[in-house]
Design a protein around this ligand. Structure first.
Ligand SMILES: Nc1ncnc2c1ncn2[C@@H]1O[C@H](COP(=O)(O)OP(=O)(O)OP(=O)(O)O)[C@@H](O)[C@H]1O
Ligand SMILES: [Mg+2]
Length: 405
């Protein structure tokens, strides 16, 4: 089976999915806007072939180049797990007459307003929302919805240009800052805890799913530098309070006619226990959530996804053994990492539960925590008991410190 993998080298998870495809027996053809030599080694070593295009965003040119290539070496599937490339992948499938999501099926996953319209029509509770292209339209939306509201880009990612607005003065401050965003969604602010619902599906049937909990809410992560954001893949997915979200997730997949691949949905659970839809991507989650999905069950969903899309099955046995978390660290100070404090002590105490340490090394320049969710490094930790896990994750938050200067 010949599988075209769009962007096999970026973002960080893609080389592992590329490896997954190769491991289930696919000949993987990479498609990217960099030469094969520039790809991360893990991606390069699992590619049978590579198509280098000048730009991935000139869709027509890319389709032509891939069609030429496919005449010599026919393709069986086109896969993409990188948000900006999803429509391109769908267009390639249509041009080559291959199975998988079409452009029409993909668009509601890319356009948050279209997404919500579809879901509203299916009776799924979304935040009250209003699409706005001009300052007047934003004001009109605010008027209709009432404070507090949230303003965010229609095609957003990583909570960039996302603002909570509590009163008219805040609105006046935010309006000039979002002038560069062509189209925004003005939404009711939902006071809630935030969770995910992540699936691997085949022909509309969910074969594997995961529920993760964000601590604190991602918007807080974007506003407050000192927090160490946690994402926790939950062990007890049968817990009563999660069922509203899981049921909503299944309805969402049906309403959007999702067929085959990885999906990542975010949902809100309000203090009264009800669920409100957040957003969904027709792709795997980012920010290493796939790794904690794997750590929580000792499985490999990079391979599991590949097996599903190539062979229509998910054969790994899933036993939910752990709650598994990522804790993202942000250094104090600017410049380069100078020292790391507290790691030895934490390792001595919790070492058997820590399944990965991936911190920037001494001397490395700090990353921009507003742009990069993983910030200056990650600790992976897991435990069968949720309270124990939360305790360890919080201790990693407070006792592990990176200093830059
Ligand atoms: N209607 C809302 N009510 C409350 N909070 C919201 C709302 N919309 C967005 N947020 C906050 O902003 C964050 C980012 O919004 P959202 O997930 O919709 O966009 P995004 O930029 O695509 O996110 P990402 O790519 O980081 O998942 C949410 O996780 C949530 O904390
Ligand atoms: Mg989000």
């Amino acid at each position: 089976m010949n599988v075209l993998m769009v962007s096999p080298g970026f973002p960080a998870e893609m080389p592992r999915f590329t490896r997954g495809l190769a491991q289930v027996g696919a000949n993987v053809v990479g498609l990217s806007d960099q030469p094969a030599e520039a790809l991360p080694e893990l991606a390069r070593t699992h590619l049978a072939d590579h198509i280098h295009v000048p730009s991935l965003w000139d869709e027509r040119a890319v389709v032509e180049i891939v069609e030429q290539h496919a005449r010599r070496r026919p393709l069986d599937r086109v896969e993409c797990l990188w948000e900006p490339g999803l429509v391109l992948a769908a267009r390639l499938r249509e041009a080559l007459g291959l199975p998988g999501m079409s452009v029409e099926q993909t668009l509601p996953f890319r356009d948050k307003e279209l997404m919500k319209q579809r879901l509203d029509a299916a009776g799924i509770r979304t935040p009250h929302h209003y699409r706005a292209r001009t300052v007047e339209e934003v004001r009109e939306g605010v008027e209709r919805i009432g404070y507090p509201i949230i303003i965010k880009p229609i095609a957003g990612a990583g909570a960039t240009d996302t603002y909570r607005i509590d009163r008219p003065q805040d609105l006046e401050q935010v309006l000039p800052r979002i002038r560069h965003v062509p189209e925004v969604s003005v939404e009711e602010f939902v006071e809630a805890e935030e969770f995910t619902y992540d699936t691997i599906s085949i022909n509309g049937a969910v074969l594997h799913f995961n529920v993760a909990w964000y601590r604190p809410r991602p918007l807080i992560d974007k506003l407050v530098e000192w927090v160490s954001p946690q994402t926790i893949a939950l062990r007890d997915v049968a817990a009563e309070e999660l069922q509203v979200g899981i049921e909503m997730g299944r309805k969402v997949l049906r309403a959007l006619d999702f067929q085959t691949g990885y999906t990542h949905m975010e949902w809100y659970r309000r203090p009264d226990g009800s669920a409100v839809f957040g957003e969904i991507g027709a792709r795997a989650p980012g920010a290493r959530l796939v790794d904690i999905i794997n750590f929580s069950c000792d499985i490999d969903t990079y391979v599991g996804w590949a097996e599903a899309v190539c062979h229509g099955r998910f054969s790994q046995r899933v036993e939910r053994k752990y709650n598994a978390a990522t804790v993202f660290k942000r250094a104090q100070g600017q410049g380069r990492i100078q020292r790391i404090e507290g790691l030895e002590r934490l390792m001595a105490e919790f070492g058997e539960f820590i399944c990965g340490v991936d911190l920037l090394p001494i001397g490395a320049p700090r990353r921009d925590w507003k742009q990069v969710i993983v910030s200056d490094g990650i600790i992976y930790v897991r435990h069968p008991d949720l309270q124990q896990l939360l305790h360890m994750a919080d201790r990693i938050g407070t006792d592990l410190q990176l200093f830059a200067g």
